[in-house]
Design a protein around this ligand. Structure first.
Ligand code: NAG
Length: 198
């Protein structure tokens, strides 16, 4: 599978300090303008709950980062404000497929597919992402990143509302070698992470 940035939005599914992901220098997204965004409730081995982001590929598959692995997950669909449970679909994840060559130390192939235990009901607020074709991978490219992660480096807490930020993906040898997309500067995800190929 190839994911490019034309239609696709790079999703932020970072766990920094085991807490939440991060979108720095962004702004609140228009509510439900990204109906493919999934908030993943991670049930951890130690009984704690934390969060990651993902996006809906089909009615029963979600893509996220491999470093989000947990004991179990519940996928929350149709979320904008985390505190508002109106119209949210909660679906248990029944199977996880981390990339077989994911390396936590090298941070490569940080990608994972989740199979939901039942199908999502599509609506205005719940819809799969449009994936671009292969063949438009030329950089630099303008892209946007979204997520519920921290939006301030000094904050320990995730954002209650979906945030987004524009970034420019840059070409550099290191990132190319690791098959990840990179952006430069202060804005954007808390860390580089996206794998291009599965
Ligand atoms: C989808 O709709 C059906 C029929 O209304 C309902 O039974 C089911 O619980 C819904 N699924 C979710 C995930 O909300």
């Amino acid at each position: 599978m190839f994911i490019h940035c034309e239609l696709v939005v790079l999703i932020l599914a970072l766990t920094l300090d085991g807490q939440a992901s991060a979108v720095y220098g962004g702004h609140e997204a228009v509510a439900h303008s990204r109906p493919y965004m999934v908030l993943l409730e991670r049930h951890m081995q130690n009984g704690e709950t934390s969060y990651c982001d993902g996006f809906l590929l089909t009615e029963d598959f979600v893509m996220t980062a491999a470093h989000c692995q947990a004991k179990s997950f519940t996928a929350l669909l149709g979320v904008h404000n985390v505190r508002n449970s109106n119209g949210i679909q909660r679906i248990y994840v029944k199977d996880t497929f981390p990339h077989k060559d994911y390396s936590a130390t090298e941070l490569i192939n940080d990608i994972m597919i989740l199979k939901l235990s039942s199908k999502a009901n599509f609506s205005n607020n719940v819809r799969p992402i449009a994936l671009a074709d292969r063949g438009d991978g030329s950089l630099p490219k303008s892209c946007s990143v979204s997520g519920w992660g921290r939006n301030d480096r000094n904050s320990k807490y995730m954002s209650l509302k979906l945030m987004e930020v524009s970034v420019t993906l840059t070409d550099n040898e290191l990132c190319r070698g690791k098959k990840i997309y990179c952006s430069e500067g202060e804005a954007g995800p808390g860390r580089l992470w996206w794998s291009v190929s599965l």
